[in-house]
Design a protein around this ligand. Structure first.
Ligand SMILES: Cc1cc2nc3c(=O)[nH]c(=O)nc-3n(C[C@H](O)[C@H](O)[C@H](O)COP(=O)(O)OP(=O)(O)OC[C@H]3O[C@@H](n4cnc5c(N)ncnc54)[C@H](O)[C@@H]3O)c2cc1C
Length: 557
């Protein structure tokens, strides 16, 4: 089925052709690109800002894999299933944990240097929900930066791989049979290719990362606006589990007015023994869970939020003073520097922390080869929902998921290529023109979406809070339509395209969260405080109606 909707944008003024076009240059996108190049396919990577401007470079804690002595994929599987609260796809998790160690070794072979002990073995730490030390890290707490550095270096040294930076991908193009045939994009700045253009390709891979910017306070960078999910919905793909947004429990609290990306205080700080305390210094996680501060993230985020409500405060504290200056400097140099830059010295004082939007467990629905429900359209990394995370991601499983499923996509494309099953595609230009142009909201809608979502669909949710959010989002969509009718439409440009994507993703997220009348994983309903397996041990599938509204349908049980 061709896309019924597209972003309002000028017609493409230029076209280029490749075999595989990859959208996004984080761990997932660059891993796909490197692997399909090895198979001899031509590839183009398109990325919204610079190559390293995604969540990947911000990852601190590390990457989980059963690499340690005595650890096994089976134990990693058990911990992942527990965190996922009954909604993980066990086959997907098994794939992740069994292929994970090898994928990490590939990453090391690509050039990523992990921290090692005097014996040369990779050092492993623990994080929430893991019963073993199985988190490999680099540069102390700069794991993502090292992974990004290694992958960017590798792609830059392949002259056959085309890299298009500062380019916002808009929509999918398909052929007459509904198979992905390329995409439209807008290249910012001056150069050979400027403005809106098209890339024709035999397959399209979405690796656009998360959607944290849907909320006011998030650990995600500015590029994480859910573009891939919005594009997939407009292209007719199924999206699932959007209601499961992980709020990281310990984000540096910078004051009530702080907006956008906030500094993270990694779980690994608790893994090494820092305590969560209230203003009186009392450890409130003791007695709440057998793992105390290392309980799964949703439990810790909820406990902090409960304490904040109970005490009428806007944050709690993370106390790592007992580490001493040397350990802070060696083990957590990035976090130490970022706290000090904001006037907090973790060596001498507890760190003020509060939960903020961190990770999208849901996304574009894929099978184990990363194939979405639109033929030829693949997704991996945070934009995808492979079924690995269920209702809640286990800490440090996301970099691993990006790696493992990117490799699987590349393997699928390689196999298709070798079997002559990856032919050139002709874009169905008439269908692309016929798709309904989505009216663009004003750029200010971004902040309004964020406010509505944080207030109505954040850590605490109820039918009433989400009805308020939904009403506000509908109003924003109506205003965009009204501006078109009044012949004063918002200009098609990066800010308005991103606002349109945020609005669509937020509306879809609220539709699913309002429908899921239970508390499960990181979805916390104040009006339905219990998990309800009888009705809700199933996924909600989101698609767009003919009029462009997201509709959420429970999967058959
Ligand atoms: C502060 C922080 C700490 C974290 N710590 C950890 C950790 O310790 N361990 C762990 O496993 N996970 C961690 N995570 C999560 C993990 O980093 C991400 O889930 C993972 O890096 C996502 O990788 P990705 O390749 O899917 O997306 P990203 O790395 O986010 O890359 C997405 C790419 O898509 C591009 N893009 C987006 N939209 C468009 C568009 N329309 N057109 C063109 N390009 C586009 C972006 O510019 C970017 O290049 C952390 C996340 C954050 C924010």
């Amino acid at each position: 089925m061709p896309a019924t909707h597209r972003l309002t944008a000028p017609a493409p003024g230029w076209t280029t052709t490749t075999d595989v076009v990859v959208v996004g240059s984080g761990v997932a996108g660059l891993t796909v690109a490197l692997n399909v190049r090895e198979a001899g396919l031509r590839a183009v990577v398109v990325t919204k800002a610079m190559l390293d401007d995604g969540s990947t470079r911000w990852a601190q804690g590390g990457i989980a894999a059963a690499l340690g002595e005595g650890d096994t994929p089976e134990q990693h599987l058990d911990d992942t299933l527990v965190a996922g609260a009954g909604l993980c796809d066990e086959e997907a998790v098994r794939t992740l944990v069994t292929e994970g160690p090898e994928a990490v070794r590939h990453l090391i072979a690509t050039g990523a240097a992990f921290d090692r002990g005097d014996d040369g073995e990779i050092l492993l730490t623990r994080e929430g929900g893991h019963h073993r030390r199985r988190i490999a890290h680099a540069g102390g707490d700069a794991t993502g930066a090292e992974i990004s550095r290694a992958l960017v270096t590798a792609v830059r040294s392949d002259p056959g791989l085309e890299l298009i930076e500062h380019a916002l991908v808009l929509d999918l193009l398909t052929d007459a049979a509904g198979h992905a045939a390329g995409l439209t994009l807008h290249v910012m700045g001056e150069g050979q290719r400027d403005g809106v253009g098209a890339i024709r390709a035999r397959a399209v891979v979405l690796a656009t990362g998360g959607m944290g910017q849907v909320f006011s306070a998030t650990t995600n960078p500015a590029v994480s606006t859910g573009d891939g999910v919005a594009l997939a919905l407009r292209a007719g793909a199924e999206v699932t589990d959007l209601e499961f947004v992980q709020f990281h429990p310990t984000v540096l609290w910078l004051g009530p007015e702080a907006e956008g990306q906030q500094p993270l205080v990694s779980e690994a700080v608790r893994g090494e023994g820092a305590h969560l305390v209230d203003a009186t210094g009392t450890r409130f996680m003791l007695g709440q869970h057998e793992l105390a501060e290392l309980a799964p993230r949703d439990i810790v985020a909820k406990a902090i939020t409960r304490q904040m409500q109970l005490r009428g405060t806007e944050h709690m504290y993370l106390d790592g003073r007992h580490f001493g200056a040397e350990m802070w400097e060696q083990r957590f140099p990035t976090i130490l520097a970022s706290c000090r830059a904001h006037g907090i010295d973790p060596v001498t004082e507890p760190i003020p922390v509060a939960p903020a939007a961190h990770y999208a467990s849901g996304g574009v629905r894929t099978d184990l080869s990363g194939r979405t429900t639109v033929p030829g359209l693949y997704a991996c990394g945070e934009v995808a929902c492979t079924g690995v995370h269920g209702a809640n991601r286990l800490a440090s499983n996301s970099l691993l998921e990006g790696l493992v499923f990117a490799e699987r996509i590349a393997a699928d494309l390689t196999a298709r290529h070798r079997a002559d099953d990856l032919p050139e595609r002709s874009v169905d230009v008439a269908a692309a023109r016929a798709a309904h142009p989505v009216p663009l909201p004003a750029p200010e809608a971004r902040a309004e979406v964020q406010r509505l979502m944080s207030r109505g669909a954040g850590v605490l949710r109820s039918a009433a809070s989400m009805a308020d959010a939904a009403a506000g989002l509908t109003l924003l969509a109506e205003q965009a339509v009204a501006h078109v009718v009044e012949e004063k439409p918002a200009d098609p440009r990066v800010e308005t395209w991103e606002a349109a994507n945020l609005l669509l993703v937020a509306t879809a997220l609220v539709a699913a969260a309002a429908q899921r009348a239970e508390t499960r994983g990181c979805h916390w309903r104040e009006d339905f405080p219990e998990r309800d397996d009888a009705h809700w041990q199933r996924h909600l599938i989101l698609t767009l109606t003919a009029s462009g509204d997201p509709v959420s349908t429970p999967e058959e049980q």
